[in-house]
Design a protein around this ligand. Structure first.
Ligand code: NAD
Ligand code: MG
Length: 396
């Protein structure tokens, strides 16, 4: 068996740690080529001591000095780099063939794109990259000739439920009619609307079924996450937007479904544990042990499904509108959402203002063509500035 060499962008986060958990169980299949983190130096140092990557990357020079010192003391021979360009080096210079793209937010775009262009197997968790630059990213994957495997549980489920030929030749005779993305509805699915004004960050991050990073947890509470996932599915699978549907499914057992022309609906079921899609992506087309408990169907009381309530989840409507508008609108949506979620998590901005900030920012920036990465990054900066001004005007 040839050993796969894996670079993990965002190794100290929730997806990164789960990826290392799967890799740890299969030393005969995987080696770690590079690890990258933002600011969690101690956790990254522990990971370097265990997995001995060729390259480790952190966000800034201070962090790099600290990490270098720890690794030197332990005689660990890992090259330490820092800054955004070093994230690209982790992909291109570490000798990896597989890249787990698990940095949260727009910060993941450039290195993930580098992985696509370099023809790596890209395990895509960072949905924001695809939302910002779907068309260019898919072109880069095509040009690089690597494999793209979705890790987001819904998209991984759909990938598993589609016919194997589908992603290469979306052919009408395969009979794929609709994609159904499931959503738990988050912690506030049934909270009385008048109580949403007082939601705290810890309440918003207490997801009923999944343990995730804080940003995606807030996105799940507002259902912006599902909106971003609709855009992600649009680019990954190439179906028209009106054929991508969202269903509330509070149990998070059915991870998503594909409806076929002949009346068949094929679903993927499993525990809400990201190690399943991660193991799938790492080993594809083989299947390996993921360390996940078996699903016991007889212990599940019921599986239920309903339509999402758009009045409760205005972020979902905003994402649908941005998806429909196309061009730079999803980039603006994503940037405004990142700023608004950070203001809610770190600066006491009220929960209900997240959707107003995104709405106002979308209205302030006219939609144009998303034709180059430079332009997309410019729009991203512009949208962040508008969103910040908007937050100041709401709560000066
Ligand atoms: P997280 O916050 O737990 O981890 C984020 C990682 O990115 C950390 O390693 C952090 O150090 C790194 N990072 C953050 N900002 C950075 C920057 N500016 N430069 C370099 N590194 C930076 O997030 P997560 O929950 O693991 O999510 C990661 C990505 O995967 C997100 O895009 C999320 O939408 C997606 N995703 C996560 C889950 C999940 O279950 N956690 C499921 C589906 C998709
Ligand atoms: Mg998901």
């Amino acid at each position: 068996m040839t050993i796969k060499r894996v670079a993990i962008l965002g190794s100290t986060g929730s997806i990164g740690v789960n990826t290392l958990d799967v890799i740890r169980a299969h030393p005969d299949r995987f080696k770690v080529a590079a690890l990258t983190a933002g600011k969690q130096i101690d956790r990254l140092a522990q990971q370097c001591a265990e997995f001995k990557p060729a390259i480790a990357v952190v966000a800034d020079a201070d962090g790099a000095t600290r990490l270098m010192q720890i690794l030197l003391d332990q005689k660990i021979n890992t090259q330490v780099l820092y800054g955004p360009q070093a994230l690209v080096s982790a992909v291109t210079d570490s000798g990896c063939d597989t890249v787990m793209a698990a940095i949260v937010g727009a910060a993941g775009l450039v290195p993930t794109l580098a992985a696509a262009k370099a023809g790596k197997r890209v395990l895509l968790a960072n949905k924001e990259a695809l939302v910002m630059s779907g068309n260019l990213f898919m072109q880069a994957m095509k040009g690089g000739g690597g494999e793209l495997l979705p890790i987001d549980s819904e998209h991984n489920a759909i990938f598993q439920c589609l016919p194997p030929q589908f992603s290469k030749t979306p052919n009408p005779s395969l009979g794929v009619e609709e994609l159904w993305l499931t959503a738990s509805g988050g912690p506030f699915r049934n909270t009385p609307l008048e109580q949403l004004g007082d939601i705290t960050p810890d309440q918003a991050c207490a997801h009923p079924n999944w343990v995730m990073g804080r940003k995606i947890s807030v996105d799940s509470a507002t259902m912006m996450n599902k909106g971003l996932e609709v855009i992600e599915a649009f680019w990954l699978f190439g179906l028209p937007l009106e054929k991508i549907k969202v269903l509330i499914h509070p149990q998070s057992v059915v991870h998503s479904m594909v409806r076929y022309r002949d009346g068949s609906v094929i679903a993927q079921l499993g525990q809400p544990d990201m190690r399943t899609p991660i193991a799938y992506g790492l080993a594809w087309p083989e299947r390996i042990e993921a360390g996940v408990a078996q699903l016991n169907l007889t212990q599940l009381a019921a599986l239920s499904f309903s339509e999402p309530d758009l009045a409760r989840f205005p972020c979902l409507s905003l994402a649908f509108a941005a998806a429909k508008a196309g061009g730079t609108a999803p980039t603006v949506l994503n940037a405004a959402n990142e700023i608004a979620v950070a203001a809610f998590l770190n600066e006491g901005m009220p929960y209900l203002d997240i959707s107003s900030v995104v709405d106002k920012t979308l209205n302030a920036i006219p939609v144009s063509g998303a034709d180059s990465i430079e332009y997309i990054l410019d729009i991203d900066i512009q949208a962040r500035k508008v969103a910040r001004d908007c937050i100041k005007s709401i709560s000066p």
